[in-house]
Design a protein around this ligand. Structure first.
Ligand code: NDP
Length: 474
């Protein structure tokens, strides 16, 4: 049992102003795995005051000082990486291999990338008679979701630290453990008091208090569209900057010249990864209509090969994060059946042999783009295959979405892939796979407005100042 009932404020672990605890449930067993405290606006006030005090000095720190700090954090992170992975496994149900692998690797990757970018980042440049300075925006509220806990927190914390900002993290109630360990890592690495603070609790209380706070300069939020809209409204009165990373319904276009079976198999397995709880997942698989039979077979085989079970074991897929998420996914599967989508594999209920834990069957439909299951983000292991007639039709379907976060194009002819990628209205497109920590990540349309990852992630936390009338020294 984990007992994490204190918050991290001003360099110390402190009790909440008003005691209020909540159980944390292990989604693999439905059992209580530990306890956290739920904070109140008074805890937020204390954390913001500490961050404001610390900003006076940390905001003036040198690049060398910040590099040294990030490197010290890197050493601590590496030391406790397995512990972080195990916490992720327990809190949100990712299988051990994934939790101790890609989950923690993402956090480590953002940390390493922040160090790399900071070494060469130009905080000041001369343009004619003007000096253009990039200065830390100040006190930041970081509000994160549970689906990739280390990715979502580290992609905010490390660029913010590199930029010279101070911050208050509000982790998700469903995945509070890894954030707690991360706070310990930052403390042990010597982050100065008040630079990083963490208050656990309900989004509608802690998140809202941060969003409305007079002394918070920006909010960086990752999560649902609905909450993103609320945060913008809450932040409007204080005109603070709001960076939003929201949902997606990304299309994966398999072109006719691609190896169909291999690509359908990897798109299907990819959709089931992390139990489908990935904002940029290719949840609409667009395939040539003439080859639908081949696609059905390949997708059914790939989904059937996804092993589901207790995350402690050697499985490809664990449970989804919570009972409520399980119920939402079941409703979407019912909706797909009701609106006439063809169920290829999976469907309602838990996989055979699993009667406890929030396990969902890897599910594949063939449908059309106007169905609810093609338009709304299910955030579960449910793939919708949509046939297209030609490339123009594929691009039209891909763009016919309220979201614009990710996109995937698979094909042998890279120039054709390039041409299609240019026509897609989304923030990131992966051509035949590929991965890059320096590639900016964020959404078009209702997928948000920010750009995280790499150098672009720094700009989220910087103000731009022009000092006009200062030519370069002779
Ligand atoms: P939510 O939007 O419900 O929650 C995200 C965070 O916001 C949580 O910490 C939550 O707290 C907090 N929150 C809730 N209400 C408020 C409020 N009124 N003011 C401020 N903060 C609040 O999303 P989920 O965590 O349920 O994640 C699933 C959704 O997030 C999906 O739609 C998914 O697509 C999207 N997402 C997008 C990503 C991206 O990079 N674009 C990445 C990951 C997820 P609490 O713990 O109390 O719920």
């Amino acid at each position: 049992m984990r007992n994490y009932t204190q918050f991290y404020i001003d360099g110390r672990w402190v009790d909440p102003v008003t005691p209020n605890t909540a159980d944390v449930i292990n989604p693999a067993t439905e059992e209580v795995s530990g306890t956290i405290s739920l904070g109140s606006p008074a805890d937020v006030d204390a954390a913001v005051a500490a961050a404001r005090r610390a900003f006076a000095t940390y905001g003036e720190s040198s690049v060398k000082e910040r590099l040294d700090l990030l490197e010290a954090i890197q050493a601590e992170y590496l030391r406790r990486e397995t512990e972080l992975g195990e916490a992720i496994m327990e809190e949100m149900g990712a299988p051990r291999g994934l939790a101790c692998g890609f989950h923690t690797l993402l956090g480590k990757g953002h940390l390493g990338t922040a160090i790399e970018v900071l070494r060469d980042f130009k905080f000041e440049e001369q343009r004619g008679v003007t000096v253009i300075r990039k200065e830390p925006i100040g006190v930041c509220g970081l509000i994160t979701p549970w689906n990739w806990p280390m990715n979502q927190t580290c992609v905010k914390i490390f660029p913010a630290l590199a930029a010279g900002c101070t911050m208050i993290l509000k982790p998700p109630q469903l995945a509070p453990y890894s954030a707690q360990i991360l706070a310990e890592i930052l403390h042990d690495a010597g982050v100065p008091a008040g630079v990083f603070n963490m208050v656990q609790g309900q989004g509608s209380v802690i998140g809202a208090a941060l969003s409305k706070h007079e002394d918070v300069d920006m909010i960086s939020f990752t999560g649902s569209e609905q909450v993103g809209v609320q945060i913008q409204k809450d932040a409007a009165d204080t005109v603070k900057r709001v960076g939003l990373e929201l949902g997606g319904k990304s299309a994966w276009i398999v072109l006719d010249d691609a190896s169909l079976a291999a690509n359908v198999a990897s798109a299907t397995a990819g959709m089931m990864g992390n139990s489908g709880q990935t904002c940029s997942a290719g949840s609409r698989l667009l395939v040539p209509a003439a080859r639908l039979d081949e696609v059905r077979k390949a997708a059914a085989e790939a989904a059937g090969g996804v092993t589901v079970g207790n995350p402690q074991g050697e499985v490809a897929m664990g449970p989804v994060v919570s009972k409520s998420q399980y119920n939402i996914i079941q409703q979407y599967i019912e909706q797909g059946l009701a609106e006439g989508a063809e169920l290829i594999t999976g469907g309602l209920g838990r996989p055979d042999g699993l009667d406890k834990g929030w396990y969902v069957k890897p599910t594949v439909f063939v449908g059309t783009n106007d169905m609810v299951i093609s338009r709304e983000e299910i955030f579960g292991p449910v793939l919708v295959i949509i046939p297209y007639t030609d490339v123009d039709d594929a691009v039209r379907i891909a763009n016919d979405s309220n979201f614009g976060l990710g996109g995937y194009v698979s094909g042998e002819d890279l120039e054709a892939c390039r041409a299609i990628s240019r026509r897609l209205r989304t923030g990131a497109i992966w051509v035949n796979g590929g991965f890059d920590f320096h590639a900016p990540f964020g959404g078009y349309k209702r997928s948000g407005n920010g750009r995280e990852w790499g150098e672009h992630g720094f700009h989220e936390y910087l103000e731009v100042k022009s000092i006009i009338g200062l030519p370069a020294p002779a």
